[in-house]
Design a protein around this ligand. Structure first.
Ligand code: VGL
Ligand code: ZN
Length: 226
């Protein structure tokens, strides 16, 4: 029983705003991974979950919600509360307005074979905090110290042992979700061909690979190459 292998697939933020040609925060070649993700969806994962970045218009991560000189998307950084510890702050990079609830940019891209997805999780709904990870709750409740979205529990309820993370963006939400999956006790993989980065430079990609590997995430390659 303990050796049972029960994999889950997490498809992170495969949304219009993260895809060319019109996405507000388009990740280069973001749309191109749809066929690979759809092939993965045909495999017998016990849970197939898609996440959506799903922000209110006044979200703290939008550069336009900050005064000069902090209102430069991609270039500005601000200090905001840490969702997992209300007494701590974290540095957050600011972005163009993206994935606003109820707008076309927040929709999952139509290429994604949603008929094979069991559950869609919306995150980043609290205007006060950045939320890259699909596991993170908006704020840890100071009374019950609850810091999870329920995703980990839902995976555990399904008996999941291994989590495969794909989608966008490799250096932000895929990264944070995979690191949290390890922390939640799952054997965790990122599938290289099924993700793209905001910063695809060798330096940017390499830095994220190092961070994932040192957190205990395995990077796997469908083509069997390194
Ligand atoms: C993401 C930047 C801002 C992501 C979300 O899905 O990786 N990146 N919000
Ligand atoms: Zn976002």
């Amino acid at each position: 029983m303990n050796n049972e292998y029960k994999p889950a697939l997490l498809i992170v933020d495969f949304q219009e705003d993260f895809c060319p040609p019109n996405g507000a925060l388009a990740v280069a070649e973001g749309r191109s991974i749809a066929p690979i993700i759809n092939d993965l969806l045909r495999l017998p994962f016990v849970q197939k979950i898609a996440t959506k970045d799903f922000h209110p218009p006044d979200h703290v991560s939008f550069a336009s919600n900050h005064p000069e000189p902090h209102n430069k998307p991609f270039k500005s950084f601000v200090t905001i509360p840490n969702p997992n510890n209300i007494d701590e702050t974290q540095i957050s990079r600011l972005w163009p307005v993206h994935c606003v609830q109820g707008t076309p940019g927040a929709e999952l891209i139509p290429e994604l074979d949603i008929s094979r997805v069991h559950m869609v999780i919306e995150k980043g709904q609290d205007a006060r905090v950045e939320m890259y990870s699909a596991f993170e709750a908006p704020f840890r409740n100071p009374v019950v110290k609850e810091a999870s979205t329920g995703l980990a529990q839902s995976l555990r309820n399904a008996g999941v042992t291994d989590v495969f993370v794909v989608g966008l963006a490799m250096d932000y939400c895929v990264r944070s979700t995979a690191i949290d999956a390890v922390a939640e006790g799952f054997k965790t993989y990122v599938i290289i061909e099924a993700t793209k980065a905001v910063d695809p430079s060798e330096e940017g990609w390499g830095k994220t690979v190092k961070e994932l590997e040192s957190a205990g995430v395995s990077l796997v390659d469908l083509a069997g190459e390194e």
